[in-house]
Design a protein around this ligand. Structure first.
Ligand code: IMP
Ligand code: MG
Length: 168
């Protein structure tokens, strides 16, 4: 087992999630929202975040991959599972665990934008600005982090560590 170094504690995450939920919710002013989680990494963040948001919410998921058993992006994003819910005229909120090169997010935004949503915004728990290749940014960001590979709170290394309540 690799040695893990604590980066963001459980209480720091929970405080941040509550704060993000308030900011997001304030923007939608009680309007219905379709949240789109990016599997698998965002499932823990999504489930915590939406429980702080008091809006009519629909949930769907997309599944993409670019990392494939390594800590560096492969550069090509593959879509394995698209959304089934109609996005036409809806406010859509994409929920990400981490934005790194930005390739994954670009693929998702392009796919959603082609389906006539009312709005598309992004909330991400983590942002690695230094690694950005695509010209894209999330509207709401939990934490800016350095160029380190992180695990926990949904995020994995080769399918492990997703269940950690903190980020390491
Ligand atoms: P991007 O397409 O390079 O922006 O990569 C985005 C996806 O790669 C994220 O949604 C994560 O699933 C994964 N990823 C990027 N950095 C990390 C990391 O440090 N730990 C775990 N997964 C990561
Ligand atoms: Mg992800």
């Amino acid at each position: 087992m690799a040695t893990l170094k604590l980066l963001i504690s459980e209480s720091q995450i929970q405080e941040c999630v509550g704060r993000l939920a308030k900011l997001v919710q304030a923007d939608y002013q009680a309007q219905p929202l379709l949240v789109v989680g990016v599997l698998h990494g965002s499932f823990v963040f999504l489930s915590d975040l939406i429980r702080h948001m008091h809006l009519p919410i629909q949930v769907d998921f997309v599944r993409l991959s670019s990392y494939r058993r390594s800590t560096k992006s492969s550069g090509t994003v593959r879509l394995h599972h698209g959304i089934r819910t109609s996005v036409v005229c809806k406010n859509v909120l994409v929920i990400e665990d981490i934005v790194d090169s930005g390739q994954t997010l670009t693929t998702i935004i392009d796919m959603l934008s082609a389906r006539q949503p009312r709005t598309v915004e992004v909330v991400t728990l983590l942002n690695k600005e230094i690694r950005r290749e695509a010209n894209i940014t999330a509207r709401w960001i939990g934490f800016e982090i350095e160029d380190r590979f992180v695990v926990g709170y949904g995020m994995d290394l080769d399918h492990r560590y997703r269940n950690l309540p903190y980020i390491a």
